[in-house]
Design a protein around this ligand. Sequence first.
Ligand code: GCW
Length: 668
Amino acid sequence: NHYKLWLNYYPIENTIIKNSIVKHFNNIQVLNNDATIDIIKKELNIASAGFINRDVKFNTPNSETGLLIGTLDKLPNNIAQRLDGEFKSHEGFAIFQHNNTIVITALSTVGLLYGTYNLLENIGANYPLTGVKNFSEPLIQHRILNHWDNLNGTVERGYSGASIFNWHTLPDYIDQRYIDYARANASIGINGTVLTNVNSNATILTGTYLQKVKALANVFRPFGIKVYLSARFSAPIELGKLKTADPLNADVQQWWANKINEIYDSIPDFGGFVVKANSEGQPGPQDYNRTHADGANMLAKILLPKKGIVMWRAFVYSHEQNEDRHKQAYNEFTKLDGQFLPNVMVQVKNGAIDFMPREPFHPLFGAMPKTPLMLELQITQEYLGQATTLAYLAPMYKEVLDSDTYAEGKGSTIGKLLHNQKLNGIAGVANIGADINWTGHLFGQSNWFAFGKQSWNYNASPKEIADTWLKLTFKASDNFYQDISKIMLNSREAVVKYSNPLGLHHLMGTGHHYGPEPWANYLPREDWNPTYYHKADSFDIGFNRTKTGSNALSQYKPEVQQQWQNEDSIDLKYLLWFHHVNWNKKLNTGRTLWNELCYQYQSGCDDVKNMITTWQKYKNELDMPTFNHVNMLLNIQYKEAVWWRNSSTLYFQTFSKLPFPQFLEKSD
Ligand code: GCW
């Protein structure tokens, strides 16, 4: 049923490896003592039961130490000296061998927990223990899940059942799920969680609910996970009965100060707030003619002495402005650069529109040098086929993190820019729900896993992450791992091809965002209608964002503009994002634009077919429920792909009036 996620600890079959683990687990010395250490010990026990079907033994007198776990200050000098490298953070860890002992060390016990999980992961993925050596530190400080969970148990854009947080039974009932959730997060380095939807009302900030939050914070704390909440900007009106929520009003400030004190009384290490203000109808400082900086700073000032942070979202756009939505956040926020207090991060989605299967990077990255930005990624597949689609997102995250903004010359990738900020973070909108397997689609687990790994280390390789995840998730042959890794790595590209090829975007069903609806133009807001984005007519298709169009391109650095400004040289994956192109234009693939579009739709469908064939090769290696689960979902995905292909090509043909090329299959 895959409830255990990647923490299966399957039995080790290779006897040499098994014997070596038995030896190491036979005498574990742990030099510290606190709640995190208790978790480490428990996890070692669970792992040992799985790997070698035995209990671990701690501090066995007179026997050689197999595994030594302790913070650096507790290690014997001769061992501590072996450490090459110096820790820069309390979360980093080192694993190395000293004589026959494997040592895990760190500056904090949470670092030891990360080191322990790393060792167990290596065992689970069958990496040899002898000569083990690993020094790892997070490149990003705040690695945070954003739950869009509502207090009534529903999850906005959640496709894997109800919220895992049961507000009704909290604080007295601590569901085992909360503990397993924390284990899973800690095992991949996630150190924060926003429990509530950015669209939520103020109820979570009432005393009753704060007691529930406190109960969760108590569970998560020893796992190194801080709790954050979304703060509704108008809470002083709704809860405090004030007449205003103006951030410059003294009563409003006092209300928040009292509220924040109340929170810290219960949760002394509370992380802070995420705020969605003046965005899609949410209240905010602009309701009082104040700026986003006024709003963010009001909260940040109170949080600063308590070490709390504000993650102020930049997802703002308005249909009342006669301006390309792509440009609006940049226009709104760049003028505020330098005005935010140091504990504010402006949280920016990876692209300027909204979590499309592919977007060029958001022009705010690199454009606010005096303001720490936080990257917001989406793990839940709102626009990527939701939970019926196998789309492994690590390649997409990597594409974003590797995007070169040229802000400080060549090589100013988003990953590096974030890393170089004094304060930094990456948020991932969670795909977690109460389904038995947590994520609806079993392969959704790989995206949660990858998010953790990539927010710890933005250089991590999507292939290595996939390979490790596969080994931890399935007990299968090497051929299986190799083949399925390949389809994972290609899967997001397949979705792009059959749904949003060549830079087309926002063509999904309006509202629910599932399946195609490129023809929709009936919504009251123009900027929610797919027709606004593809702009097809009898001559051309695509959104002209160059000088002769909306000129969103001007928001990027000149080097980037140069890459994208010319329809003859732009990477085809962004062609129709930036250009309005003639149907008959010959592309460098040798095909006309119309034929290329058809080709992409077809090729995406072919890829899904190939995923099915590959999966089916392994029917006999997998247990039936697992095989069937993925097999049925892949078959649904194929139907979706064909639906996208057929409806999109038929619809666009009403503009192009061109015949379908032969390779386009009409039989499915
Ligand atoms: O992607 C859009 C979603 C909304 C979401 C919003 C946001 C939480 O369709 O459901 O609201 O973005 O990110 O604020």
